[in-house]
Design a protein around this ligand. Structure first.
Ligand SMILES: Cc1ncc(COP(=O)(O)O)c(C=O)c1O
Length: 489
């Protein structure tokens, strides 16, 4: 019998062995997730890093042996932001089922999500579900991408092209009669600036509008800046609201931004990487009022709703503008020739973002959204908000701790301050506390500067956290703070 297996093949010659390795991997990872609370994080030593940094072996190390290396030399040093007591940056925790779904995604390994393939239908359904969850208009379209930065970039590319005075695809930014400028608050995420740079607009085109006491964009300053720009011969084309600032979980006044955008004929975009999900909360939903009015909305699925990294979504109200931006140049001729485009072509993922071949994000999102449904996701979001209320209550109740900014949603900015200490000493004391806290668990909390003031920061999008984790955090901070004061470190 002629062998159907080549000399060089990535399929195993012994499937039972491969299956056994798969089962072992699955068991190991399940056990890790089951016991994740007990795992400590360590930085790898120089020696341990060196062992990994070697010339690519001519003859491969082998699957089992390489898995062993993963277990011993990589896994142990993986960041444990998936632990219950992790509230640094804005990091989603994933889930065991999410991990299993990732295996399915890899197994199916589709490269495209276009109809009439099943991936196209699934993508469309996922976009419908996300729109429903976020109360975004039914006529809008959207695309799954790799995360919040990419979601913002994708939306801003559409905004730039849609609002350009001359054909952006053909003439580029240099062909525009006036310099295009856009606006965000001084609390907006840096990925906005990166997008602006990559879109060829130049970061000087981005106006960082000052914020109010509640960290939302100052609308009078925005209007003033727009007027000044118009008077100087610029073309204001887009205003960006933030739903959930990274620093402090603050929200802009989206209804007002919509009105200003209408008056000024500007695109209105919202970066709702994590804060969009307040739409699912009972107590804080009002903060997200008006994000549904945006021309485009960027949202992450790997942060607050804990899908495994990386997955985000760009929703765009004007499907055709979205399609026109990303469809290949020559294909865009269809539009000019007035040919009536079918919805399938306009909503096909390979026409809506940079990637042509793409990861099967649609399958991941479909499986998880369907498995858990609205109630679970609403519950998780509300649970985190309730926990933050509890935690900020602990801070308020303790005379050695101090809230440093209004607690708006899921972020608490605070510091250790037993009283009678100067600003400089307090800053270095709190920096010292952070270092010691990081020795217990790296990045368990982070620090930030808000309006030039140093503070510690907790951001809760963690589906594993319990209230008692915050009790422990408070007692650790108090103990360390007192210790540092006593030792004068
Ligand atoms: C408000 C906001 N926008 C955008 C981003 C970037 O998202 P990603 O890390 O998924 O690229 C973040 C990340 O924390 C964020 O907080």
């Amino acid at each position: 019998m002629v062998s159907k297996r080549n000399k060089y093949s990535l399929d195993p010659d012994d499937w039972s062995k491969q299956r056994a390795l798969g089962h072992e991997m699955l068991d190991d990872m399940m056990t890790r997730l089951e016991t994740i609370r007990d795992h400590d994080f360590h930085w790898p030593s120089e020696k341990e890093v060196k062992e990994l940094m070697l010339p690519l072996p001519e003859k491969g190390t082998g699957e089992r042996e390489t898995y062993q290396i993963f277990k011993e030399n990589i896994l142990n040093f993986s960041l444990t932001h998936i632990k219950p007591n992790f509230w640094g940056v804005v990091a989603g925790t994933g889930s065991p089922y999410g991990m299993l779904v990732e295996m399915l995604v890899g197994g199916v390994n589709n490269l495209m999500a276009a109809k009439p393939g099943i991936g196209g239908y699934i993508h469309e359904q996922v976009i419908e579900w996300i729109k429903e969850l976020l109360e975004y208009p039914a006529e809008a379209g959207g695309i799954l991408v790799n995360g919040g930065s990419e979601a913002n970039f994708t939306a801003l590319a559409v905004a730039r092209n849609a609002k350009a005075a001359r054909d952006m695809k053909k003439e580029g930014v240099h062909g525009q009669p006036q310099r295009m400028v856009l606006y965000c608050s001084d609390q907006a995420h840096e990925c906005i600036e990166r997008s602006v740079e990559l879109l060829g607009l130049g970061n000087e085109a981005l106006r960082w509008v000052p914020t109010n006491e509640n960290h939302s964009m100052n609308l009078n300053m925005l209007k003033k800046q727009i007027k000044q720009d118009r008077d100087s011969g610029y073309h204001p084309f887009c205003v960006i609201g933030t739903a959930g600032t990274t620093n402090n979980g603050a929200f802009d006044d989206f209804k007002a931004l919509r009105e200003i955008a209408n008056q000024e004929n500007m695109w209105f975009h919202v970066d709702g990487a994590f804060g969009s999900w307040l739409k699912l909360s009972v107590t804080h939903k009002h903060l997200s009022d008006g994000i549904e009015l945006a021309d485009s909305l960027a949202v992450d699925l790997h942060k607050w709703i804990s899908m495994p990294y990386g997955i985000g979504c760009t929703l765009v109200r004007d499907k055709k503008a979205h399609f026109k931006t990303f469809v290949y140049g020559h294909e865009a001729e269809y539009i000019k020739s007035g040919q009536d485009l079918g919805d399938d072509q306009i909503t096909s993922p390979h026409n809506l973002a940079l990637a042509l071949s793409r990861n099967n994000l649609n399958l991941k999102a479909y499986m998880l959204l369907r498995a858990y449904g609205r109630e679970m996701y609403s519950g998780l979001v509300q649970q985190n908000l309730d926990q933050i209320k509890y935690f900020s209550g602990l801070i308020e109740a303790n005379s050695s701790l101090e809230l440093m900014a209004p607690v708006i949603s899921n972020v608490v900015c605070f510091r250790y301050n037993p009283g009678g200490l100067g600003k400089e000493y307090l800053d270095s004391l709190n920096q010292g506390i952070l270092q010691k806290i990081w020795e217990i668990n790296f990045w368990i909390i982070s620090d930030t500067h808000v309006k030039d003031q140093y503070m510690l920061r907790v951001c809760n999008v963690n589906n594993r956290t319990t209230k008692s984790d915050f009790d422990e955090l408070v007692s650790d901070i108090l103990r360390i703070g007192e210790q540092l004061m006593n030792t004068g470190e």
